[in-house]
Design a protein around this ligand. Sequence first.
Ligand code: NAD
Length: 503
Amino acid sequence: MASYETRLLIGGELVAGTGAPLDVENPYTEETIATVGSASAQELDAAIAAAREAAPSWAATPAVERAEMLHEVATRIRARTDELARLMTAEGGKPLIENSDEVGWTAAAFDYYAEIGRDSAGRVIPPIESTQLAMVVKDPLGVVGCIVPWNYPLLLLAWKLAPALAAGNTTVCKPSELTPLSTLALAPCFDHLPPGVVNLVAGDGDVGAAIAADERIDAVAFTGSVETGKKVAAACTARMARMNLEMGGKDAFIVCSDVAGELSVAARGGVWAAFLNAGQVCTSAERFYVMSDVYDDYLNAFVETTRGLVVGDPMDPSTDIGPMVSAAQRAKVERQLAEAVDAGGEVLVGGDRAGQERGHFLAPAVVVGAPDKTAVWREETFGPVAPLRPVRTLDEAIALANSTPYGLGANVYTRDLATMLRCMRELRAGTVWFNDPLTDNDAGPFGGFKQSGLGRELGREGLEAFQETKHVHVETEIAPKEWWYPYSQYNAAAQQPRDGGGA
Ligand code: NAD
């Protein structure tokens, strides 16, 4: 068994967790590659206490110094690209090439927030009188709990941790119980920070729930399922803690008639958007609505492209599709496929185990004819399944796209500006991609409408999620105000609205 870092980072010390052991499975070999001790109640308590203790001096550290330290985090992460990418592939099954990219984006988020965090601390606003200075000041929240899923373990951590630190908060971070190793391996990337600024704990949902419920955690930044997100929201609401929630999606992908000459590109884009990371992406394209006059050609190109995908060992650089993360996740997707077929749907390609003897493989599946009420059209699949159906009008496509409780992302292939504007305005989704599916941008806020989320990560909004807003009003002259007591000084004739005064 290779040797992995399995210790927690608490108050700057590496500590073996003494809570429930977590066996980490390699989803390709189905072997247990490491056992991580979860944080016990005492260890979690120590991590939160360390973050609290570190909070005042980290908040008081000049933003320019925090920026230097965050750039150093980015440099250290980049220097470990191969190690971290291999670790993520071993514990999560995502192809190595995608994990190498993920490490790069993770480092980039630290560089981006290093700069954004030192760029502004609020704004100056017009005062009520010329003797005054009025400001909007951005304060850190305090201690942020970061709770992360397994599909992009480091990137989704960085989208929380980097802005939280840049804004002057300290943190307690919990990776998914399925993929704790890559996060714990980050410890050396933080050892130039003051102890307690970043704490890394491991554990399942109980540890996550304990973080969300702890009075000493000022804010929770969560990415995961809608079901869990609602529990986190309830725990935060009960104590009015701040929260930023990134949850599930059921993204629509619309193909318009005007791209008839470019259907093979639109099909390649669609296949990538549907099957990237075996469909285990919150913004996976999970519903394809194709204008009827180009439907047959698009479907043929989509099926042919899907047939050409290489399914296999995720460490092999030529593999397109690795195993799914777990047997349970695959079983959930297989249930949705079976329901679609029972209801009259047809699987044109894939949906089997791809001829693999081991590993949680599911060959990318293209489904047609499934009724609109089936789960493949209505519920998050989070697996390599692409249902396609024809639509007659843009109105129909937009109405169908907006017909689920989710609103994370949406994709449209069109060159027509009027169609773009309509989709831009009418699609109820946090990101709308035209002709370039799923491209993230550190400067572009990311998050969901409706049940897909609350708040945004990335961009300036992603920094503000970890800031409290304070209005500061300074009067340079100490003199009585005309609207103060005694009110008897006002005669009846002067009963006009007075300047200033309370809210
Ligand atoms: P999950 O909701 O099961 O778990 C997410 C995290 O929450 C894990 O760390 C888990 O241990 C923790 N957790 C579980 N119960 C908890 C509780 N009661 N209180 C606090 N924490 C708890 O999700 P998952 O299966 O790990 O990830 C897949 C889901 O994540 C999908 O629904 C996917 O759409 C979503 N996701 C969303 C985004 C986004 O940015 N919107 C990105 C990636 C994944």
